[in-house]
Write a protein that binds this ligand. Structure first.
Ligand SMILES: [Zn+2]
Length: 55
């Protein structure tokens, strides 16, 4: 589960996905507060890094 960086809610929906060099980049929006953020999922480590949304 991925928590919203802003409110910590675990409810988010993926609005777009694209391949990243080493994994997958996902654009998400929080279902509770509407905050948009992206995650990069690295296949190598299976770690998920939430990042702030780029404007
Ligand atoms: Zn939120």
């Amino acid at each position: 589960m991925i928590a919203c960086p802003k409110c910590g809610s675990g409810k988010s929906s993926v609005i777009s996905t694209k391949p990243d060099g080493k994994g997958k980049w996902r654009r998400r929006t929080c279902s509770d507060c509407g905050f948009k953020f992206s995650t990069v999922e690295r296949i190598k480590t299976s770690r998920i890094h939430p990042t702030e949304a780029t404007k």
